[in-house]
Design a protein around this ligand. Structure first.
Ligand SMILES: NC(=O)c1ccc[n+]([C@@H]2O[C@H](COP(=O)([O-])OP(=O)(O)OC[C@H]3O[C@@H](n4cnc5c(N)ncnc54)[C@H](O)[C@@H]3O)[C@@H](O)[C@H]2O)c1
Length: 248
């Protein structure tokens, strides 16, 4: 049976992805630093191993991966989904706020992937890194978040380039807006309406719509897909000159 590690699995996109892996017959290691939430949701699921771990902390990651190998014996996929959002102007983003975003969103993916890669080499496994449309296009208030996500995209290409010879595939998913706790903390009603206007499908996505693409990229169905950046965003990224003045 295949085993996936999903970081940030206690809620939102990570939890939805966990359930889709279980539906497809995988076992899932659910990683999160929110211990009460992780224990609560994992208790209601069959086929999971919950591990409390902060993905920005190298010692915790090493212990997490050692526990996975001891208890599960193999790793077939790593979904680097844990992320934090912080929107603010550049002049108000002090170094502490910048580092808080970078240490989870970018350092966490670098560190987890490095620790897991030798085990993925054994299984010809897959990595899926979660970036964002905020990394595909610059916008106001996202100097740390957007830059961290642009870094995630390039890190994915580096991983695909170097670890391809180990048989490891690495891909990146860029979600558009989804009504999770992360998004709702930073999206006002005005931002929600503006997003609807900028997205050709005219709505937010669901956690499952993102998770389905993640699970596909980890599966054998995507066995020749590597180094790709895939937006799951209702058409947002493709409409760079979607000027309101040019509409019917
Ligand atoms: N929701 C959106 O609109 C949206 C859009 C684009 C990208 N994303 C990305 O999708 C991913 C998931 O976001 P979500 O909306 O489901 O968020 P969420 O806040 O609902 O869930 C994120 C989970 O990650 C965990 N987490 C955060 N930092 C961690 C750390 N250092 N170590 C371990 N666990 C940690 C949190 O405890 C939480 O359970 C993130 O990378 C986010 O940037 C989300």
């Amino acid at each position: 049976m295949k085993r996936a590690i999903v970081t940030g699995a206690a809620r939102g996109i990570g939890l939805a992805t966990t359930k889709l892996f279980l539906r497809d017959g995988w076992r899932v290691v659910m990683v999160d630093r929110d211990a009460p939430e992780l224990e609560k949701v994992a208790a209601g699921l069959e086929g999971v191993l919950p591990i409390i771990c902060d993905v920005s902390q190298p010692d915790q990651i090493a212990a997490m991966v050692a526990e996975v190998i001891e208890k599960e014996g193999r790793i077939d996929a790593l979904v680097n989904n844990a992320g934090v959002a912080d929107f603010g102007p550049i002049d108000e983003t002090d170094f502490k706020r910048w580092r808080t975003v970078m240490e989870t969103n970018l350092d966490g993916i670098f560190l987890c992937s490095q620790e897991v890669a030798p085990h993925l080499k054994e299984t010809s496994g897959a990595i899926v890194n979660i970036a964002s449309i905020s990394g595909l296009r610059a916008s106001t208030l996202r100097v740390a978040y957007g830059t961290s996500k642009a870094g995630v995209m390039h890190l994915t290409r580096q991983q695909a380039a170097e670890w391809g010879e180990w048989g490891i595939r690495a891909n990146c998913v860029c979600p558009g807006p989804v009504r999770t706790k992360l998004a709702m903390a930073v999206h006002s009603q005005e931002i929600i309406e503006a997003y609807h206007d900028a997205i050709p499908l005219n709505r937010y996505g669901s956690e499952d719509e993102i998770g389905e693409v993640i699970v596909f990229l980890c599966s054998d169905k995507a066995s020749f897909v590597s180094g790709q950046i895939i937006a799951v965003d209702g058409g947002f990224e493709s409409t760079g000159i979607g000027l309101p003045a040019l509409r019917r």
